[in-house]
Design a protein around this ligand. Structure first.
Ligand code: NAX
Length: 329
């Protein structure tokens, strides 16, 4: 067995946290030979629920679980101490009647203290994945408040959108989802995201050669992916949790393992100006990596339809950034 790594999860008693931490503890994400110490962070009023979660973790008797630290969000430095990964799930969910702009202002301040505490206390190799919405802009705030941490360590989650898009393409083509690759989500994790079917592949062929109904791809496909979260809420009576947790763990796996040849994975990362996106925005791109470092895939050509979609999601992210300017030192 290797030396343990430390993985922090904020909002650990919430529905995504609950769906996530058992899988991390099981060894599925970091490997059967990699012990993990879980740092479970919650609001003070939810700490009692974490006691129950810890009992259940005990009762799973996972050989890879080397310890559990429970921490109130009142002391984030203690929560993030020596952590190698920080998964930022905890935030206030959007409620009926709440505008996206309201959510940005409500959740933004959580992430100033998150960024500062990560910089002050986390391990030198820390990587940060922001799931709590609006996740791109929350990630931007976190990164801006942790200026000593290299920018390539920060990710916001667009993987649930990637997974949703892959399944929609597979179902339309009548193939298993494993046959779909190279699905990129451009821009914001929001209704303006652009799920890029033009570069997706089905059995190695262009998805547009397999699914020739371009009107469906430009219309129903994109809308289904963009509105899938709302469809789950209306059917289940609660928001996506298991699939969101799964997507977060898929993101971690994609960062720490090499990308298969000809494939990519989606996450929002700090823009280096690629594709004309403002440098420093947290923007969804196609990425590839070798398990240690990653890069934005370059040279993808976009037609006017795609350019219009990318411009719209870029503008939304600019507006979100402007709304939280006071939180960006
Ligand atoms: P829940 O309300 O079930 O859980 C959130 C948990 O976070 C609660 O237990 C709460 O006590 C805790 N919390 C709130 N503020 C906190 C703080 N400052 N520090 C620590 N913990 C805090 O929500 P859940 O369904 O788990 O969703 C969590 C977040 O994920 C929401 O912001 C949601 O919008 C976002 N999502 C993001 C997705 C993505 O693809 N990026 C998809 C799924 C999900 O909608």
């Amino acid at each position: 067995m290797k030396a343990p790594i430390r993985v922090a999860v904020t909002g650990a008693a919430g529905q995504i946290g609950y769906a996530m931490i058992f899988r991390i503890a099981s060894g599925e994400v970091f490997g059967a030979d990699q012990p993990v110490i879980l740092h479970l962070i919650e609001l003070p009023q939810a700490l009692a629920a974490l006691d129950g979660v810890e009992m259940e973790l005990d009762d799973c008797a996972f050989p890879t679980l080397a310890g559990v630290v429970k921490q109130s969000s009142d002391d984030l430095e203690a929560g993030f101490a020596d952590c190698n990964w920080v998964l930022c799930v905890g935030s206030v969910p959007r409620k009926a009647g709440m505008e996206r702009g309201d959510l940005v202002r409500i959740n933004g301040p959580i992430f100033t203290s998150t960024g500062k505490a990560i910089q002050a206390a986390a391990a030198k190799d820390v990587r940060v994945l922001v799931v709590g919405n609006p996740c791109n802009t929350n990630c931007l705030i976190t990164m801006a408040n942790a200026p000593d941490i290299p920018r390539d360590r920060f990710f916001a989650m667009t993987r649930l959108d990637q997974n949703r898009a892959a399944t929609q393409l597979a179902q339309k083509a009548g193939v298993p989802v494993a046959d779909v690759s190279n699905v990129a989500i451009w821009g914001n994790h929001s209704a303006t995201q652009y799920p890029d079917f033009y570069h997706a592949k089905i059995n190695g062929k262009a998805a547009t050669d397999v699914i020739t109904d371009e009107a469906w791809l430009q219309g129903t496909f994109i809308e289904t992916v963009q509105k899938r979260g709302a469809a789950v809420i209306s059917a289940r009576g609660a928001s996506s949790a298991a699939s969101a947790a799964n997507a977060a763990l898929d993101t971690v796996k994609s960062v720490i393992r090499p990308t298969a040849s000809g494939d990519c994975f989606s996450a929002a990362v700090c823009s280096d100006g690629s594709y004309g996106i403002d440098e420093g925005l947290i923007f969804g791109y196609p990425l590839t990596g070798d398990g240690n470092s990653w890069k934005i895939e370059t040279g993808w050509e976009h037609n006017d339809f795609a350019k219009g979609k990318i411009e719209a999601t870029l503008q939304e992210l600019r507006d979100e950034r402007d709304a939280v300017k006071d939180l960006l030192p």
